[in-house]
Ligand binder design. Structure first.
Ligand code: SF4
Length: 106
């Protein structure tokens, strides 16, 4: 049976596979799947590495111009003990677009 770390956020579950690391002699999270192709929670929220390049919608927590990654963004929720986290911005944008669409339809 494959070893995984399990994270829960906002009622959604993410399981991250583990791999044996010879150097540290312990199991570590295997991010190869995330690097090869993006992964998403069932709600559509993207799961990103903290070192992912920031997108144009970034809102940096420290207002430091040298902040360049998702890990510095207010919209990023990092799982404790992991280099992975969820971008909450995309969900907010989706909700905002849905609201704008509903308003146009009225
Ligand atoms: S967390 Fe989301 S909004 Fe923030 S920089 Fe990353 S992708 Fe962009």
């Amino acid at each position: 049976m494959e070893k995984t770390n399990r994270y829960e956020f906002d009622g959604e579950v993410l399981e991250v596979p583990l791999r044996w690391d010879e150097f540290s002699q312990q199991y570590v999270e295997d991010y190869s799947g995330v690097i090869e192709s993006p992964i998403y929670l069932p709600s559509g929220r993207p799961v990103l590495l903290t070192i992912e390049d920031a997108c144009p919608d970034a809102d940096m927590a420290d207002d430091d111009p040298s902040s360049i990654d998702c890990g510095s963004c207010r919209h990023y929720h990092q799982f404790p003990g992991s280099l992975l986290g969820v971008c909450l911005r995309s969900k907010e944008k989706t909700k905002q677009k849905d609201r704008e669409k509903e308003e146009k339809e009225l």
